[in-house]
Design a protein around this ligand. Structure first.
Ligand code: GDP
Ligand code: MG
Length: 597
């Protein structure tokens, strides 16, 4: 065990974590030149296309240092806030962390929040100043920032470039010299932390774990402590670029397990694996169920595809346990599903996967957070409201609570004013302001989650000209003055467009919403009034004028192939449209409330 090192790489997004991981893999000859392709660990197509790491990954390297052979388990972590729970479990599986800081960008919000997670878990931190090859690199200043943050010495900071490979040997030496070997005892009862799982359509769920104490043996009867389920360890082993089957994986090491589990939800990240016959009494602490943060309706464009959509969602859930859904119906859209996501990125990914992998065409309705409503009759019993349409009638309502988050924003001193105005507009309350250096400021706000999950990040980038980084974590529910705004098209209420908004902003949002819908809904043969209402009261109104000319009129009698082409073009354009009553509504209109600024 004294020759094992378990470490992760933490960094703000785009600071070069995946690139550096690739360098470590080639320097340790874990991958041959033939297998090498950029960002090896990001093996989902979507991850490659978007250049982000969605799932965590683990990989084992072997490295000879001063004549002795070491096993280095690298645990790669996702960089996006939607997946921060996975980051926290990956960190818990390690003894040390490489803290990567871009030599041009310096410390950013996720650098800090991930660092705090690492420090809470008592990890040894190895600071790496990355991208030193960049002409815009500013190693002296950024080193000062790192020293301020960590209280380390200048000599502790390793200069590196994932692009050229510079510094990689020094990083490997530091991993061995500075990160402690794992401490567990292999003679104690089995205790292994699950920090990841993958779906394999042929072999079922692959569980990735770190053995803390004891040993896991091939064929052993094991138990997952949080779910109480028991399985046989059909196959176990360690993870190189491919799986390497073994008979035993011992305390300190990282491995995989296959035991015919078919559903991702039976495996919970953060759960403890133990022996079914001689279980440990101690569950590894920190386990929590991942909770969805954002909810939205997903409806088939063609109502006849409802059952197909259900089957597709069930299959998707087998390999993504963080997707939750329940059947719902909308007066406007018919049958569909209310789905819970970890965040907006997760929602986009699910929608994209439904379309790519399952060939579904779906409409997604306005996303919202999860509220708690209390009625006057039962003011102590919360009702969970995951769909604005489920909010009890205003006359019966006592109060509504919404989720709040603590936001950390790091920006340049010049932009503090802009960032503050934005946060205040988003109902934020400033709780702290710290000058990290004379140039860089850390701001903390308490804000409603609903205000930040949608377009906040884009707005922040604009007002700070790109010089702001942002991270957040939930801090619980708070009472808010929220009202339900309904939208009427042609005097019919369109339930899928209802939203909970803050009472003080209602008129403003109602007005903008009607204007936006007028832009987004194509003109039709007749005039369409759009109204926003709160209860029975109309707060805003716009009109979509009737279409004057029939688009196909000019084709009559004309070239038949041209006419067909035009019709086909219209059909394609219709792909993401939904007929509601006699009005055709495009997908963008359902998202209008997110794009009001
Ligand atoms: P991650 O989000 O932290 O995983 O970052 P990536 O590894 O995906 O890198 C983000 C971007 O920075 C990519 O375009 C990389 O090619 C680039 N990059 C990574 N490391 C270096 C480096 O050392 N030097 C330079 N010039 N670019 C780098
Ligand atoms: Mg990455």
């Amino acid at each position: 065990m004294k020759h094992i090192r378990n470490f992760c790489i933490i960094a703000h997004i785009d600071h070069g974590k995946s690139t550096l991981a690739d360098r470590l893999l080639s320097a340790t000859q874990t991958v041959s030149a033939r297998e090498e392709k950029a960002q090896l660990l990001d093996n989902m197509d979507l991850e490659r296309e978007r250049g982000i790491t969605i799932k965590s990954h683990a990989i084992q390297m072997e490295y000879t240092y001063k004549g002795e052979q070491y096993v280095l388990n690298l645990i790669d972590t996702p960089g996006h806030v939607d997946f921060s729970y996975e980051v926290s479990r990956s960190i818990a599986a390690c003894e040390g962390a490489l803290l990567i800081v871009d030599a041009a960008q310096s410390i950013q919000a996720q650098t800090i929040s991930n660092l705090y997670l690492a420090l809470e878990n008592d990890l040894e931190i190895i600071p790496v100043l990355n991208k030193v090859d960049l002409p815009s690199a500013n190693p002296e200043e950024v080193s000062d920032d790192i020293i301020d943050l960590l209280g380390c010495d200048l000599e502790d900071i390793i200069h590196a470039s994932g692009k050229t490979g510079f510094g990689v040997e020094n990083i490997l030496a530091a991993i061995i010299e500075k990160i402690p070997a794992p401490k567990g005892n292999k003679d104690e009862p089995l205790q292994a932390l699950i920090f990841d799982s993958h779906y394999n359509p042929f072999r079922g769920i692959e569980v990735i774990y770190r053995v803390v104490n004891g040993e896991i043996k091939k064929g052993q009867k094991i138990k997952f402590m949080a779910t109480g389920k028991e399985y046989y360890a059909d196959e176990i082993g360690t993870l190189k670029l491919n799986q390497v089957p073994k008979n035993v994986v011992s305390a300190g090491d990282v491995g995989y397990l296959i035991s015919g589990i078919k559903e991702a939800k039976e495996v919970k990240v953060g759960d403890t694996i133990t022996d079914a016959v001689q279980p440990t009494t101690n569950m590894i602490t920190g386990f929590e169920d991942v909770k969805p943060m954002v909810f939205a309706g997903i409806y088939p464009v063609d109502t006849e595809d409802y059952e197909d959509l259900r089957a597709s969602m069930e299959k998707l859930q087998l390999n993504d346990a963080s997707l939750v859904f329940a059947a719902e119906s909308s007066a406007a859209l018919g049958f569909g599903f209310r789905c819970g996501f970890l965040g907006m990125l997760h929602m986009e990914i699910i929608q994209e996967r439904l379309e790519r992998e399952f060939d579904m065409t779906v409409i997604t309705t306005v996303p919202n957070v999860s509220y708690l409503a209390y009625t006057k009759k039962e003011p102590d019993t919360p009702i969970i409201v995951n769909n604005p349409s489920d909010l009890p009638d205003a006359t019966k309502l006592d109060r509504v609570e919404e989720p709040y988050i603590k936001a950390t924003i790091i920006t340049k001193a010049d932009f503090v004013g802009n960032v503050m105005s934005l946060c205040i507009e988003k109902r934020g309350q400033i709780t702290n302001q710290t000058y990290l250096t004379t140039e860089r400021v850390e701001l903390n706000f308490d804000m409603p989650l609903a205000e930040i999950v949608f377009d906040f990040y884009d707005r922040l980038k604009t007002v700070s000209k790109g010089y702001a980084s942002f991270d957040y974590h939930p801090i619980g529910m708070r009472e808010s003055k929220l009202v339900k705004m309904d939208i009427l098209l042609n005097a019919n209420q369109l339930d899928a467009l209802s939203a909970l908004i803050h009472a003080d902003n209602a008129y403003n949002i109602g007005k903008k919403m009607c204007e936006k819908l007028r832009e987004l809904i194509p003109r039709q043969q007749f005039e369409i009034p759009i109204q926003a209402s709160i209860g029975a009261k109309i707060i805003a109104r716009e009109t979509i004028k009737a279409l004057r000319k029939d688009v196909t009129a000019k084709c009559y009698g004309g070239d038949i192939s041209r006419k067909r082409k035009l019709l086909e073009k219209q059909k394609k354009g219709k792909k993401r449209m939904r007929q509601v009553g006699n009005v055709e509504i495009p997908q963008e209109a359902f998202m209008a409330v997110l794009k009001l600024n």
